[in-house]
Write a protein that binds this ligand. Sequence first.
Ligand code: LLP
Length: 438
Amino acid sequence: SQTTQRAADGELTVGGVGVTRIAQEIGTPALVVDEDDFRARARRFRAAFAEAFAPHAGASTYYAGKAFLCVAVARWMDEEGLGLDVCTGGELAVALRAGFPGARMALHGNNKSDAEIRRALEAGIGRIVADSLEEIERIAEIAAEAGVRAPIMLRVTTGVEAHTHEFIATAHEDQKFGISISSGLALEAVRRTLARAEHLELIGLHSHIGSQIFDTGGFEVAARRVLDLVARVREELGHTIDHLDLGGGFGVMYNSQHTPSSAESLAAGIAGIIEKQCHELDLPVPHLAFEPGRAIAGPSTQTLYEVGTVKDVHLGGSHHRVYVSVDGGMSDNVRTALYDADYSCLLSSRTSGAVPAIVRVVGKHCESGDIVVKDEYLPADVRRGDLVSVPVTGAYCYSLASNYNHVPRPAVVAVKDGELRTLVRRETEDDLLALDAG
Ligand code: LLP
């Protein structure tokens, strides 16, 4: 999906830049972001949702910065007309440095500090997504001190939890996010927000059901429960909620079993569901908002590693396994170790006529769970000095990166039209030691 091609000599090029040049100029590991691809995905989601809800009150798309955020990405999202979802003071600081307009930002989080709320209000944030009854009061107090009216959404929990292919629509209230609808707390939260109207402006309701979802069934059940609440609010409190944020969670293709639908059919499908439900409840279709992170950032990026030790481990009888070690690992991509995520890997610095052999691609960290790709076919002659690429690493890889074993975090570079640009420079040992007070 990236603008990835094989050059005549067999080398992989991304955005018109050869991987060997990237390795020479930037070093490895490096996260290589195809800027055109990243922007195109953002643009496409924005347009698809806007179009699907154009007959009604429209829709907006917020990029979920937790997937991957840096100043350049925040600027791209601004230029492509998206909003930005941040969930900590740190993400807010990146957005502000990028000059991202506060009005198109949302602040999330289940444990926002007073300082984070204050800074968000100072930035003129478009919405703070309140996550508990206690927080509603705290936002009101901070807004009162600041002499502003805080725009808030209420994150409600619908009891729907969606994972990959399935969703479960009962008994998933046992988690830390949001305000439960079934217990009546969500209705109470609306009541309290409206009671504090001097300092709180109720923008709407928010629901997020999970990540890496391929099925709209979970959205259907969640939306219905939120719209039921909208109807109850209208009946009991005489207030019409006209804005609904259904969060993110749209899946990407890590392997061939993952089958994401296009942004257009996703948007049309969800619009159909909402229209039908609103019709049944005799509600106007609200303005919708969505927060894709992974589906925008993930496929735009590949991680480039250099191969080091290749070890053929005998497992008894005729069994053996080839371990191909690369110069990064769980410090730049913890998802395989943490979620048993399924990545792929390809030899990218050359092509090879050697027969493909199943190998395990592992990192350089001091534990055996440090696996990047569990089973992959690589040419049997893969060797020290080769470059390999792991695609679809744009989301929740750099943003979950660590300094385990004092390994500096990798560089993130953008490629576009044959040009290479550093987005986040590689960490150095001096960076790491600068924190050590001795
Ligand atoms: N909105 C809210 C309120 C969220 O909590 C999330 C993700 C998103 C939007 C974006 O979801 P996306 O479109 O990226 O699926 N570290 C995990 C994923 C954690 C997702 C957390 N919330 C992973 O690597 O799979």
